[in-house]
Design a protein around this ligand. Structure first.
Ligand SMILES: *Cc1c(COP(=O)(O)O)cnc(C)c1O
Length: 393
């Protein structure tokens, strides 16, 4: 079984590039060049230097003793929360900005929902001195004021998307329109393993540093580079794909992807894509997405902004359909409780996204021997308002 992208941009039944004719030259330029550029020695050297000196990698693999005692297993946390800007997203934006430079691009565009990807993009644009335009739904701009301020302080222009529901989907449309109009000088940085081929593969490669480091660290700490389980939360799926990547072919390693059930899978307020979704096309690729009978995208819901997405990347759809990955979901309440537990047992306040992955440990049974790695995709500072309201702090 091949779990990686094939020559035509597919993962089994999923993937491809379903794009308007007008976008074809942009995507084709990227497709023809991305692998060659990523494999260049000078690219690798610069990428890894920045990951080390700017992002602060390798991120620790931390054996969480008190969580381990609670769950009767060796629970390791992969600390992406300790990266510069506080999450895994910077791994991808560093990779893409270096690629954009090598393609001769002078201008960067991105879309953002909660603002986390917008901040990671504005950060690398400041780092490299490139113009940055971030599209964001008008409603999201109101909801995510601190991230809007960060992007502006970093020198980015934040453009409100005022059509439709004024959220992520509309911002994506605006970004696509911009790219069609500026094909020569502009690169579009997508923030997860979604979008037309080659984005899902390219983003997965940049995020695969997570599992590459984990293997080495596990070998040092346990004498075995294969854990029994790896767990990660899934919005579009980039931290999960980074966490899974180098374990996908180790068939003994169980891959567990945790989606957001919101108020409950069947509550009508959920983002549990594999539980609720059907096959279809979203944001330029064939995958699984939440949609109505007549194919309209269903508005997702989760307390965590980063998981509030109606689809998953095509590689995840393939891992799900083939059974290589196990896809589960966790409610808002369960994730917030898990966030509190991790805080009080380990002194680590996780992002609510990451807390979804932690929460699934409550549903697993261990015999005291297993090694379990959980991707702590981000830190919880950005979520303090939500934690405060929920727990009355
Ligand atoms: C954006 C985000 C996610 C969700 O995105 P993926 O592409 O699914 O990884 C998860 N955790 C954090 C901390 C995020 O910022």
């Amino acid at each position: 079984m091949n779990y990686f992208v094939d020559q035509s941009g597919y993962y089994g039944d999923f993937g491809g590039a379903y794009i308007p004719e007008m976008l074809y030259p942009n995507v084709e330029e990227l497709r023809q060049n991305y692998l060659n550029i990523i494999q260049e020695e000078s690219f690798k050297k610069e990428f890894h230097q920045l990951l080390k000196d700017y992002v602060g990698r390798p991120s620790p693999l931390y054996l969480a003793k008190r969580l381990s005692a609670r769950y009767n297993a060796n629970i390791f946390l992969k600390r992406e929360d300790l990266n510069h800007t506080g999450a895994h997203k910077i791994n991808n934006t560093i990779g893409q900005i270096l690629l954009a430079e090598r393609l001769g691009k002078k201008r960067i565009i991105a879309e953002t929902g909660a603002g986390q990807h917008g901040v990671a993009t504005a950060t690398v644009c400041a780092l490299r001195g490139l113009e940055c335009v971030v599209y964001m739904g008008e409603i999201d701009i109101q909801r995510q004021a601190p991230n809007v301020a960060r992007m502006k302080m970093l020198g980015a222009t934040v453009v409100p998307a005022t059509s439709g529901s004024k959220t992520l989907k509309d911002a994506t449309n605006e970004a696509m329109r911009d790219w069609v109009n500026n094909p020569i000088d502009t690169h579009y940085i997508i923030g997860s393993v979604v979008g037309p081929h080659p984005y899902p593969d390219m983003v997965a490669i940049f995020q695969s540093i997570i599992s590459q480091e984990t293997k080495k660290q596990l070998l040092e700490q346990t004498g075995n580079d294969q854990p029994d389980y790896v767990l990660a939360c899934v919005g579009g799926g980039s931290n999960a794909m980074g966490m899974f990547y180098h374990f996908i072919q180790d068939e003994k390693v169980k891959l567990i992807a945790v989606e957001a059930a919101g108020k409950g899978v069947n509550s009508g307020h959920s983002a549990a894509t594999t539980a609720l979704g059907k096959e279809g096309v979203l944001h330029g690729s064939r995958s699984i997405l939440m949609q109505t009978e007549d194919g309209q995208v269903v508005e997702p819901f989760s307390v965590s902004a980063g998981l509030d997405y109606p689809g998953i990347g095509p590689q995840h759809a393939h891992l799900f359909k083939t059974g290589r990955g196990t896809y589960v979901s966790i409610t808002d309440d369960e994730s917030l409780q898990a966030g509190l537990l991790c805080t009080q047992l380990e002194g680590i306040i996780p992002a609510i996204e990451s807390a979804h992955a932690l929460a699934y440990l409550e549903k697993m049974k261990f015999n005291g021997q297993e090694n379990v790695v959980v991707c702590l995709s981000g830190r919880g500072d950005k979520d303090m308002d939500t934690y405060m309201k929920y727990f009355g702090l």
